[in-house]
Design a protein around this ligand. Structure first.
Ligand code: ADP
Ligand code: MG
Length: 502
């Protein structure tokens, strides 16, 4: 009578575990801990452990360890074949040992180190498709009782559940990784960039961009050339509910006026000489998506009027046509010009500016967010390594210092180009300062020289120039002198006179 009740209780538990295994693939550890807790209680054990084989070194390590010393025992691992656990794994056979001390297979070392005396052990192999991947152990049946065959059979059932849980978690992780890899490939294939950045200032801007993405208002991206305006435009599109629609890029500075008009709005056959076919413009193609108008500050005034109409009425006509076309697209514009000055000087229509400037976002230059340099440098290195199939491990400390001290007037684009060139010319496993050809002069701010005598200005220049050259040559004086075509003795005198310190 009693026995039946206990069994029902156990079956209930097994059913519950099965349900959980079926509903939760992600949090394997939590589920495994739960199964181990049940298994320990059912067999009246004082402690228990789930050990898995590490395929790299063939050692058994504790994935889960319960009981008074559970946390401490996790520091240890067993050699393959070592101890009772090792024997079970090696022989792929279950084992009841009720008098541990007299069993020669017992490895007393760990139990002694953690101060947890062991009397009895129940151990069953953990199998996936007949292959043994680890072991389940229950330690010390309470009140000095002995483990029996029924305990063993139950533990074997639990072992099956543990195995399924581990397999599920592995498969889930694998699928998850593959999906994210595929997603990345899809993004790259579509011509979107991987966005890199972690500095507070860039994360702040990304937050603003994400908020802007939720609206349909025009966005105006401001900032120096190469700072990443186009990548922000991509992010705004990808984070908007137009993400499945097209993202169309137009560089407004790249074409003469009449071609730009046709590029943006399209033309009908015969609209002008050379218009042999009817053509759809970028606005039409960007229907249900976003249009990125780069270098908007360079758009001719006549086209500004037409652009204003598209924003106001969401409609336009092809060049040479009277038919009005309706279009639903979100405008993201960018410029590195001082656009307000353009407005003041009447080169840019004020009404268009106000329409575009609903959501302005200023992208800070790279020199104002140097925390992003190592991240970007590593990212570009791994990209160009792949492209050139070179085995480069990273940057020397001196090379990274150089990247940090440089002011990057060309921003991320310049960093990207410099690393590409460095990877191409590098012949060692680390990129060194010599691999970089940076424009040293751009680092001197002209303002530094103002108000100085010619002599002081020249000395300041010499100091800056020599410091940079020394840095670029790893502070080796002979090498620097050779690069600058001066005597080494002259260089070392200048270093002293100008008080140059490393
Ligand atoms: N956040 C970023 N993460 C990774 N690469 C970037 C990032 N910002 C810019 N880049 C790289 O720098 C280049 C220039 O960026 P881009 O957006 O075209 O600058 P801008 O439009 O401001 O001139 C891009 O081609 C891209 O490779
Ligand atoms: Mg650009």
């Amino acid at each position: 009578m009693i026995k039946v009740e206990i069994d029902q209780n156990k079956f209930q538990t097994l059913l519950e575990i099965n349900t959980q295994i079926n509903s939760n693939y992600e949090d394997g550890t939590r589920l495994l801990t739960k199964i181990m807790e049940y298994a320990t209680n059912f067999s009246e054990g004082e402690a228990s452990s789930l050990m898995l084989i590490n395929n790299e070194n063939n050692r058994l390590y504790f994935e889960i360890a319960l009981g008074a010393k559970g946390n401490e025992v996790k520091k240890y691992s067993l050699e393959s074949g070592e101890g009772i656990a090792g024997w079970v794994v090696q022989n792929n056979t279950s084992l009841i040992v009720n008098d541990v001390e007299s069993d020669p297979r017992f490895h007393a070392d760990i139990s002694r180190k953690i101060g947890f005396p062991t009397h009895s052990i129940l151990a069953v192999p953990l199998r996936v498709k007949d292959r043994c991947i680890g072991v389940l152990e229950i330690i010390n049946k309470k009140d000095k009782k002995l483990f029996n065959n029924e305990d063993l059979q139950w533990l074997e059932i639990f072992a099956t559940q543990v195995a399924i849980t581990i397999q599920n978690a592995k498969i889930y992780q694998k699928v998850k990784n593959e999906v994210s890899q595929l997603k990345e490939q899809v993004l790259e294939k579509d011509g979107y960039h991987t966005f890199i950045g972690k500095s507070n200032s860039i994360m702040e801007k990304l937050k603003i961009a994400t908020r802007a993405a939720g609206t349909d208002s025009s966005v105006l991206l401001l900032g120096e050339s190469g700072a990443g305006k186009e990548l922000f435009a991509e992010q705004i599109h990808l984070k908007s509910n137009r993400a499945d629609g097209p993202f169309i890029r137009v560089n407004c500075a790249a074409l003469p006026e009449y071609l730009l008009e046709s590029e943006l709005f399209g033309h009908i056959k015969g609209a002008f000489t050379g218009a042999v076919n009817t053509r759809r413009g970028k606005f039409e193609i960007a229907h249900r998506g976003s249009i990125f108008l780069d270098e908007i500050g360079d758009i001719p005034v006549t086209l500004q009027t037409k652009l204003l109409r598209v924003i106001q009425h969401k409609s336009f006509e092809k060049v040479g046509s009277n038919d009005t076309i309706q279009v639903d697209t979100r405008i993201i514009a960018a410029t590195n010009k001082d656009i307000e000055k353009e407005v003041q000087e009447k080169r840019f229509r004020a009404d268009l500016f106000y329409r575009l400037n609903v959501l302005p976002i200023y992208i800070p230059p790279l020199r104002e967010r140097k925390e992003d340099i190592p991240l970007l440098a590593d990212y570009f290195l791994s990209r160009f390594k792949k492209e050139t199939k070179k085995q480069i491990k990273g940057f020397t400390k001196e090379a990274m210092d150089l990247l940090f001290s440089y002011s990057w007037p060309g921003n991320i684009r310049e960093l990207e180009n410099s690393i590409e060139r460095a990877v191409v010319i590098s012949q060692a496993s680390y990129i060194t300062p010599e691999n970089f050809i940076l424009n040293s002069f751009s680092q001197s701010h002209e303002d530094d020289y103002m108000g100085k005598t010619l002599k002081d200005a020249l000395n300041l220049f010499k100091k800056k120039f020599l410091t940079k050259s020394l840095k670029a040559n790893g502070w080796k004086q002979t090498k620097t002198a050779r690069a600058l075509n001066i005597q080494r003795t002259y260089l070392s005198r200048l270093i002293k006179e100008l008080d140059i310190i490393k």
